[in-house]
Design a protein around this ligand. Structure first.
Ligand code: SF4
Length: 360
């Protein structure tokens, strides 16, 4: 059963202030509470000594700090990736990943328990869909990673990866479990909370929302001029090949998806990151590279190539690095299309793209 006390991480700063007014409490204390939640990263009311006893009693009676307990934490052998299995208040579980790159840390956070989109190569898709996450459950994952970083900075021995140890979370990708645009309202509320300049203060351009191609969500993002980046999972350049990998592509066919992407870029002036999982022999030949080049011709785009990560439910193999390089060269030389090959991180702890799952 979900805890009936309201989760403070669900609220924007102004909503928190409104609640304080409704409770007949001074909004000044709402500001202090906000600082405790997002600057001090406090996880209990007891750790908020500046709040008067009357305020703490009121908060304890009807609200909670929706910290997500860690059921399991694993670290990759190179020390660059940590994966957390986190428990929600109804005992459902999700995974969140902390990835260290040189000079920066990225939190990869989930938007749903499971996923309804059913991409054949994805462990989350293989689990099926259970429920949407609330805004607070999405925010709590970023807070969890921010706390780990704070702790690592205070005690460098907790961190084993080489290189500088950033002590603040500055990058968030909504690429964990779930399809973010299937849970649009909660995800956008969470993004607003993450961006608040007097809280976690994660800049809009350092937040990436991914989608497998939920066309109404893309159009809404454009109409609302949302400040985050958009990543669209493409994986194939024909409708038939795409629908074989992403069942939901039958609902939003490739031509509709590209029209929505074009409209998004026109309205926002932003390029889109197109994700392409490279599967050996399936979508990684020079012909495939030329097909994606043609498809994206004239669109502000960057292609992110992601060699397939293994999952129990899909037999495909990752593209070898020479073939990935050849794919990249064709995009660059024949189409002037920028691309990157995703650094493979956390594969040994199943924390890579498409590997997150809480069963099996
Ligand atoms: S790749 Fe993303 S959208 Fe597809 S099943 Fe996995 S989590 Fe869902």
């Amino acid at each position: 059963m979900i805890d009936p006390r309201s989760n403070l991480y669900d609220l924007t700063r102004s909503e928190l202030q409104e609640r304080f007014v409704q409770w007949d409490l001074s909004p000044v204390h709402a500001g202090r509470l906000w600082n405790y939640l997002y600057l001090e990263l406090a996880d209990s009311f007891a750790a908020m000594p500046d709040l008067p006893a009357k305020v703490r009693t009121r908060l304890e009676a009807g609200t909670r700090i929706g910290t997500l307990p860690t059921a399991l934490a694993t670290e990759s052998s190179d020390g660059f990736t940590r994966k957390f299995l986190l428990t929600l208040s109804d005992a459902e579980r999700i995974e969140t990943v902390l990835m260290r790159f040189t000079g920066r840390v990225t939190a990869c956070i989930s938007s749903q328990v499971g996923c309804a989109m059913g991409c054949v190569f994805c462990a989350t898709g293989q689990m099926g869909y259970t429920r949407h996450l609330t805004p607070g459950e999405i925010v709590a994952q970023a807070v969890h990673v921010a706390r780990i970083l704070k702790l690592s900075a205070l005690n460098p021995q907790l961190s084993t990866a080489d290189g500088p140890k950033p002590d603040r979370l500055r990058n968030v990708v909504l690429m964990g479990m779930g399809e973010p645009l299937h849970n649009y309202d909660s995800v956008m509320q969470a993004v607003d909370i993450l961006r608040d300049s007097s809280g976690l203060a994660i800049a809009g351009e350092r937040i990436t929302v991914s989608t497998v191609g939920v066309v109404p969500g893309i159009l809404r993002l454009a109409a609302e001029r949302r400040p985050s980046h958009l990543a669209v999972s493409l994986h194939a350049a024909t409708q038939a090949e795409r629908a074989a990998l992403i069942p939901v592509a039958r609902k939003w066919p490739l031509d509709e998806l590209l029209a929505a992407c074009r409209s998004y870029s026109e309205q926002t002036g932003r390029k889109i990151f197109y994700e392409w999982t490279l599967i050996e022999g399936k979508n990684d030949t020079p012909e495939h590279a030329r097909a994606v080049g043609e498809l994206l011709r004239g669109l502000p785009a960057q292609v992110n190539l992601i060699p397939l990560n293994p999952t129990a439910g899909y037999a495909g193999a990752p593209t070898r690095s020479e073939a990935a390089k050849r794919f990249q060269q064709i995009l660059a030389s024949e189409f002037s299309l920028p691309s990157t090959v995703r650094q493979r991180r956390g594969i040994d702890i199943a924390a890579g793209c498409g590997q997150l799952a809480t069963v099996g």
